[in-house]
Design a protein around this ligand. Structure first.
Ligand code: SAH
Length: 342
């Protein structure tokens, strides 16, 4: 049976019309699901009995199983079990500007970035739209809070699951439902160029973040296999076009790895690469993981890198660290959790 949280307002309108009903029933349904947060069809009192019966035949309303919830300072990490027993994680961060949810988009990941724990389990499958929607709904319900920001930065490569993440964004930003501001949604990619081009024409003001992590092909080839497919000059050229078409600023994520990409020369090279672009660089302190040979850059080198970019007139920030002690930080989420890999 199909899952009701998989469908956009448009798709549900088409569904109702195909059943000989008025399209606006979809607005009523969205209101129950996403404003009133009712999760049984029988409780949707302004829908006719026979329509409720039809909905019950065609769709189910399910939930994910919350296996564990860990709590740290300003951070919660959830481990969910999906219907096929796969496991994924999602992280909620309490910022001073609001509550930000880091959503997973796949079970496992095929991108193989050497420094990232989340990719140690190869992709098993894409998440369905409803499995992303439910991360949002269930964490809001469980903590009794409102989520103000969503970042697609959990396990998986969002642009390797393009259709489903677009539907997810459509659903959570729909003004007949959750109505999350599109400017509060960020998609992060390791740089899948054809999808960046497609995203360019999506037409919503979503933030795009690029996991760059290197100022040249030599270093990027070594730590991010995707760079062998889409080289840096192609990536940067595509992003310049993206900025022109969308008139949006792009964020570059740059994780500082000791003696790999954190030298003064690297900072200068990065500045040259990004010069003149409407962008900013988010320096990410590396979260060391037990399986990785990479080390975190020390504070002195981090500040030197930051200062060098600043002097070169590149907008730069250092990301606040969250949830390290929970293994809930960037690149520490795991699809397999404790079982298969140690
Ligand atoms: N696949 C997408 C979404 C993941 S976002 C992407 O690559 O953008 C997770 C971010 O955390 C990425 O920028 C990733 O490169 C970064 N990251 C991975 N491992 C990390 C680690 N151990 N410490 C800090 N950041 C890490």
């Amino acid at each position: 049976m199909k899952n009701i949280y998989n469908y956009t307002l448009n798709e549900l309108e088409q569904y109702f019309i195909s059943k000989g009903e008025k399209g606006f029933k979809a607005i009523q349904l969205f209101d129950w699901l996403y404003k009133k947060r009712i999760n049984t069809f029988d409780d949707m009192s302004n829908l006719k009995k026979n329509l409720i019966e039809t909905l019950k035949i065609d769709y189910k309303i399910s939930s994910l199983k919350i296996i564990t919830k860990e709590t740290g300072k300003d951070v919660y990490k959830y481990l969910f079990e999906l219907e096929d027993k796969s496991k994924i994680e999602a992280v909620l961060m309490l910022h001073d500007y609001g509550n930000s949810l880091c959503v997973s988009s796949q079970v496992g990941c095929n991108m193989g970035c050497l420094f990232c724990e989340s990719g140690r389990l190869k992709k098993i499958r894409n998440l369905e739209t409803y499995e992303m929607v439910l991360q949002f709904l269930q964490i809001e319900a469980d903590l009794n809070i409102k989520i103000s920001h969503v970042v697609l930065m959990g396990i998986g490569e969002p642009f390797d699951n393009y259709e489903n993440i677009i539907k997810f964004i459509d659903i959570i930003s729909c003004n007949k439902g959750i109505d999350l501001g599109v400017r509060h949604i960020t998609v992060s990619t390791c740089g899948i160029v054809p999808k960046i081009k497609e995203f360019m024409n999506y037409g919503k003001q979503i933030n795009l973040a690029i996991s760059l992590h290197a100022p040249n092909d030599q270093i990027r080839d070594e730590i991010m296999p995707i760079n062998k497919v889409y080289k840096l000059d192609l990536l940067i050229k595509t992003l310049k076009e993206y900025i022109k078409v969308t008139n949006r600023r792009v964020t570059f994520e740059y994780v500082l790895l000791d003696n790999i990409n954190d030298s003064y020369e690297n900072a200068i090279e990065l500045s040259k690469l990004l010069k003149g672009m409407n962008c900013y660089v988010n320096l990410i302190p590396y979260n060391e993981t037990s399986h990785s040979k990479f080390k975190k850059s020390n504070e002195k080198k981090t500040m030197q890198f930051y200062d060098t970019l600043k002097k070169q007139k590149i907008n730069v920030t250092i990301r606040k660290e969250f949830g390290q002690n929970l293994n809930a930080a960037c690149g520490q989420l795991r699809a397999n959790y404790k079982e298969e890999l140690q």
